[in-house]
Design a protein around this ligand. Structure first.
Ligand SMILES: NC(=O)C1=CN([C@@H]2O[C@H](COP(=O)(O)OP(=O)(O)OC[C@H]3O[C@@H](n4cnc5c(N)ncnc54)[C@H](OP(=O)(O)O)[C@@H]3O)[C@@H](O)[C@H]2O)C=CC1
Ligand SMILES: O=C(O)C1=N[C@H](C(=O)O)C[C@H](O)C1
Length: 270
């Protein structure tokens, strides 16, 4: 069987290094290209050395357009601006993508959707199997209990994380709001301070913690008088996200076009 060639954008980052190791370990995939931003001291260094797995024959390049012919699928966990640049290049070149970058605004999400007219991509704020199972459980819990409970989404991440709430927390909010036929923009409350008044039932609260080296934790409360359901997920290693991304790369490689997420990759779509 022919190997699927995978490019890693932002290969020197926390996720980038983990992705290189995960793709290297995955059957049927090979790390064939890697990028970092142009000013990075890692440009020119073999990406396998950067990831601590020994040389793999792919030096880190300063721009994706130099290596567009060297991969079949790009995995991109970088920044919103970098991802937009990569999406435009991959769309023009017909390369498949797996995008994990969070913090995208509405116009940037629209750019992703438009790229899917010409190429195939997976975009998901969380690639772990456990979180994607939690998404299904949240939909069920909201449908069964949603109108009789107060719903709060609490997330914790490491001190380096630059966007809040996390992409996962926002997706959780979207799933719950859709299940309850609520408009998330109208009902979301991001943190509380001062004279807030009593809680309104329809609101969906988001609480953010940034501290230390927490990999990623999400907990959703469905709180009634007399009982509370908590649906929680704790990631203790970035490898859980990276293995999911490698699985998505294998899944998307032979698709022509369209936007998908991990529910599609994992066969969880209704
Ligand atoms: N979907 C999921 O399952 C997950 C998503 N994420 C998301 O992934 C993203 C990255 O997270 P993390 O790895 O912790 O962040 P890091 O800051 O560690 O990594 C991002 C990397 O991208 C690099 N970069 C910036 N601009 C460019 C560019 N133009 N071309 C190539 N590389 C570039 C950065 O370089 P430099 O630092 O030198 O600027 C950095 O090395 C975040 O949005 C995070 O929320 C994280 C975990 C799981
Ligand atoms: O930045 C991170 O680290 C993570 N980001 C993702 C998010 O914003 O949801 C997923 C994961 O929790 C780790």
């Amino acid at each position: 069987m022919e190997q699927i060639r995978v490019g890693i954008a932002g290969a020197g980052g926390r996720m980038g290094r983990t992705l290189v190791a995960a793709v290297h370990q995955a059957q049927g995939l090979v790390v064939s290209a890697a990028t970092e931003h142009a000013g990075s001291g890692l440009v020119g260094v073999d990406v396998g050395e950067v990831a601590g797995i020994g040389p793999v024959g792919a030096p880190i390049r300063p721009d994706l357009d130099e290596v567009l012919a060297d991969f079949d699928v790009l995995i991109d966990f970088t920044t919103p601006d970098a991802t937009m640049h990569h999406v435009r290049l991959c769309r023009d070149a017909g390369c498949r993508m797996v995008v994990g970058t969070t913090g995208l605004g509405p116009a940037q999400r629209e750019t992703l959707s438009e790229a899917a007219i010409d190429t195939a991509l997976v975009y998901a704020p969380n690639m772990s199997v456990g979180v994607n199972l939690c998404f299904k459980l949240l939909d069920l819990a909201a449908r069964v209990m949603g109108d009789e409970v107060d719903i709060e989404i609490i997330e914790a991440h490491h001190r380096h994380k630059v966007d809040a709430p996390s992409g996962t927390a926002l997706r959780m909010g979207e799933i719950i709001a859709a299940a309850l036929d609520r408009d998330l923009d109208a009902v979301a409350v991001y943190g509380r301070q001062g004279q807030t008044g009593p809680r309104e039932r329809q609101t969906i609260g988001f609480e953010t913690i940034r501290a230390g080296d927490v990999v990623g934790e999400h907990s959703v409360w469905f709180a009634a008088d007399g009982e509370r359901i908590e649906i929680a997920h704790k990631a203790s290693s970035r490898m859980t996200f990276a293995r999911g991304a490698a699985r998505a790369a294998r899944w998307i490689a032979d698709r022509e076009r369209g936007q998908f997420d991990m529910q599609d990759v994992l066969g969880l779509r209704d």
